[in-house]
Design a protein around this ligand. Sequence first.
Ligand SMILES: Cc1ncc(COP(=O)(O)O)c(C=O)c1O
Length: 443
Amino acid sequence: MLHEELIRRDAAAIAGVEKLRFFPATMKSGSGAHLTALDGRDYLDLTATWTAAGLGYGHPRVAAAVTEVLRGQPGAGLSIMHEPAVLLAERLLALAPGQGDRRVYLGHAGSDACDVALRCARHATGKRKIVAFNHSYHGGFGVAQAVSGVLVEGGAQVDPDAVFVPYPNPLRPHKGTVAESVADALAQVETALAGGDVAVVVVEPILADGGLVVPPPGFLAQLAELVHRFDTLLMIDEVKVGLARTGRMHAYEHDAVTPDIVCFGKSLGGGLPIGAAVGPAWVLDAPSASALLTMAGNPVCATAALAVLDELEEQDYASRAASLGAYFAERLRDLMAGGGVQGGRSAGYIGDVRGHGLYIGLELVLDRDTAAIASDMTRKVIYRMWQLGVTVFSVGENVLEITPPLVITRADIDTAIGVIDQAICDVADGAVNDAEVAAYSGW
Ligand SMILES: Cc1ncc(COP(=O)(O)O)c(C=O)c1O
């Protein structure tokens, strides 16, 4: 198919409810950190498809494992027991620290892993309230959606028993100073906990879709201490940032936190759909047969996930993400300091560079002094970058979310820096018009 034809047929065939687009990319294949378009053009991918292709596209180890298991698939779900599901569950139990009798829910994605864990927490504790954060994201349906601050703010149905509290933002404190914002957020959590009717507190270790906010150091540890002081469950959502991307196997390891429930998804499947929730048996065992997806825990996706975990651990991708991420961030900070090749002009629009490892946010502003959010420009920079051969998405209104496959190289990063620099300058010069981006406004 040709580019224009695919766009036309996609519009006529694929449901709008599942489209979130920033540019009209039409790809035919992918390898590592690169995608190849229908017209044969190479694109460096800084999205990893929202981190789902964490090890890149078509990873040989994942491909080989999946091909092998498909030749003699031992069933297709969990009603017939098979090794891959049990091996994966045991592996995740070993990976996510915790005490006592624990279980793993295997599902299709981050959304159902979070949804099931939240529902189980309610059932197990007999309590209804869920404390979640403003601008958070935990899934596209059910309770996970209804406690996702960013969706509720966008008009999704709010869970009647959700309590939303601020997520401390070091760049834009919601109350006075950063320290005051942390204190206020914790005070609001404490007020909710003091009511005695909170089933679970759910938090992202880095607020992702809400604008890539890295919490002030110590915030998560204080939150964990508070939640546990009230003998309540703490659920950490590692779906987007977990599994080596931030330079640690788990993003919550950047702070001293021991979660009760951890959810995984996206990169766990190496591009195949799988998600998981790890937590206490008394939470995840009941009610029996209450979270049934026929193909959950299927041997193909479980085998892919095992190959992903083998590769991440044996090749120490956490260290790779830490060092390449540091290099990427340093080069972005060079741009911010005026080191871009176009006379340093891009610097005036870069308000912040933040993140951990290969989870990096580049915030675009209209003016460095006022930090005015450059949302229209952000849309256009992303579109221009695609035109220049690099794909990236945004979160919040003005943050480029840089999440390349962990196999990205230094040479790729150098390419990306050049394109980011050029795209910002081109857009400042009016290279992209409103009509071009109208149908691709993302969120
Ligand atoms: C933090 C977080 N949790 C859960 C989800 C839901 O994952 P999925 O869309 O794969 O179901 C996402 C997806 O963006 C996410 O970012």
